[in-house]
Design a protein around this ligand. Structure first.
Ligand SMILES: [Zn+2]
Length: 176
């Protein structure tokens, strides 16, 4: 059986994912660190996990990033994906290519859509006991980052813009 490699995006940390509680190897990308405010709880948790060696930060190779870019264009989710999101996808692809069983932990539908396209596995935060059952989402109108509805702050963790609410979209079926 292939060794499992968990790949974490920004939304996982924002939703309260704690890498120290997970036994498997975990990875993320430099851009995720840049997206988290170091003074916030998610930022503190992130840095603790990196210092502990529980989370390894890797910048994916450009060839994998290009594959993700192409796939994002094809599924039409490109405008919803940040640089960090695409790096996360590229890193998962690179780890998979290196012989690991890469799994992205994310509740972001756009990341899930592209992961599907490039045949990379993903799992929702529910798997880790983080409940996110809700019918609407909180999001940033400037950078499109999504937040859980009970998120305690009013502004975007990434860019500081005031968050907005909208009804949650049903998962698109691949008709396009
Ligand atoms: Zn934002």
């Amino acid at each position: 059986m292939k060794e499992k490699a968990i790949v974490l995006d920004t939304s996982a940390f924002i939703a309260g994912y704690d890498p120290l509680a997970i036994p498997e190897k975990q990875f993320t990308v430099p851009e995720v660190r840049n997206e988290l405010n170091t003074d916030s709880m998610p930022g503190v948790r992130f840095n603790a996990a990196v210092d502990n060696g529980k989370v390894v930060i890797i910048k994916p190779k450009d060839s994998f990033f290009q594959q993700v870019l192409e796939a994002s264009k094809k599924v039409g989710d490109m405008r919803y994906l940040s640089e960090a999101d695409m790096q996360v996808l590229a890193l998962a692809l690179e780890l998979k290519d290196g012989g690991l069983k890469a799994v992205i932990v994310t509740d972001d539908y756009s990341i899930q859509n592209v992961a599907n396209k490039i045949a990379v596995e993903f799992t929702s935060l529910m798997t880790f006991g983080i409940k996110q059952r809700f019918n609407w989402i909180l999001y940033c109108p400037a950078c499109y980052r999504k937040y859980p509805p009970d998120y305690e702050y009013e502004s975007c963790e990434v860019c500081g813009t005031e968050l907005k609410r909208k009804p949650k979209k049903k998962r698109r079926l691949s008709k396009v």
